[in-house]
Write a new protein. Structure first.
Length: 87
């Protein structure tokens, strides 16, 4: 799911569509933070820490107006609450 979030954050930037500069900046921030989250997944020891990462992903995808990333981030957050640490 994080791979899909990475792809959907890069598509608006790479297609050179009429994406506002602010939205493109937030998409880049979403991409960078998703990469950081992928690398941190194996180093996280508590669900609270992982919950913070997913909340930041939700906020970044909301601000960047990326509905696919928003839905996937919410799903990851809810899955974490349901099943605990899913590493």
């Amino acid at each position: 799911m994080l791979l899909i979030i990475l792809i959907t954050s890069l598509v608006p930037i790479l297609t050179h569509s009429s994406v506002p500069l602010i939205s493109a900046g937030f998409n880049i921030a979403l991409f960078i933070f998703t990469v950081i989250t992928v690398f941190k997944l194996n180093l996280v020891n508590t669900t609270d820490e992982l919950r913070k990462y997913y909340l930041i992903l939700i906020v970044c995808s909301l601000v960047s107006i990326n509905p696919i990333a928003l839905v996937l981030s919410i799903y990851l957050f809810l899955q974490l609450d349901t099943f605990g640490l899913h590493i």
